[in-house]
Write a protein that binds this ligand. Sequence first.
Ligand code: IMP
Length: 441
Amino acid sequence: MANIVVVGTQWGDEGKGKVVDVITPHVNVVVRFQGGNNAGHTVVVGREKYVLHSIPSGILHPNCRCVVGCGVVVDPAAMIEEMESLVQRGVTLDGNLFISKNAHLIMPYHPALDRASEAKLGARRIGTTGKGVGPAYVDKAARVGIRMADLLDERLFREKVEVNLAQKNRLLREIYDAQTFTVEEILHPYLRYAGWLAPYITDTSLLLHRWIESGYSVLFEGAQATMLDIDHGTYPYITSSSTTAGGAATGTGVPPTKIDGVLGVAKAYTTRVGAGPFPTELSGPLAEHIRARGNEYGATTGRPRRCGWFDAMVLRYAVRINGIETIALTKLDVLDQCETVRVCTGYRHRGEILTEFPEEESALHEVEPVYEELSGWMTPTSGVTSEADLPAKARRYLERLNELIGVPFGLISTGPQRAETIVCEDSPLLGWYPSVRASLL
Ligand code: IMP
């Protein structure tokens, strides 16, 4: 059975939650491998809408086991709140949710440092979600992080909190002029969280190994996206984790030799939240139109997303970095009322045309997109379930995107519901999950 990684190809919010939800009935396990509750995966099931931040979207399927891998950073209070709200809505967690002992904790000083650092950066701020994700990964890399397993050992946990506070409080007080924390203020709630979370904390890398050996198929659910990757994204305007396919191995303990393929998710246009370069960004009424039709507001922070045209330079880069074999394209219907649509095919930089995505931060701030313009289809595509039923001009748009990015579309999403999905002819997805088309009928 195939073990597939699903990654975002742009700056996040591509609709990975829906794509994972469509695939989940065909896998046994869904695992998150990076990020934290900065993510917001929206899944619509019938009339119910779920926004998941820390827990894999697979949890909405009763037969799917969900794992929070070691590459994830967990805010226990936010995690418990999410768990409680799922339980209230009838979702079963016991026996379905497993959290890695080695996942790092987001501690109360992490969001405090995140916000204080952003305030200090002023005009150069990253525009983070303020959830403390960056500072938690800083501690992980600095080898002073506190992990899930530490939470289960009161003496060790206290010791680690004391060591951290000695440093963090100085930082908060002396550099940021911000509020400090006492050890007890942290221990009291966190030891309560420990009691709540203990039944779910386990050696998930061993569990995944055993499941894969016994023939289970695993879906690796990426959060954020390629252009926000710590190494390959638009540094420093990125998140602090390995969002690309390579992160699926390090963030779970499943070796690359057990991973069979990579699916990229892309929106039919581009959005970005937070600061940083965005070559195809639009402003004015067109940006407003796309934002309103696509409901482009952050699922975690509610911030309006910046909107722009499809950027084939970004997609080609994402295909290369992740080894993407097929793309799930989402939100095609958002462009239904555009008289013309544009696609960025290259960047103009200091008199030259670039055909490969530039990695240097300075170049990306200076590039000007080279556009190709196509006629819009001006016909509703919402809810269309077969390629043949798409308007000819929409098909032409998709063909052109395919030519430019070099890998085929596997799925096209035409609305938030599971059934509002086209499984493309010869979709590579059918090789991985042969009954995916039948399951959507
Ligand atoms: P952080 O992950 O909160 O540190 O934020 C760093 C950057 O990543 C900011 O530009 C955020 O807007 C962006 N970001 C983080 N999570 C998401 C997400 O789930 N979708 C889109 N952008 C995100």
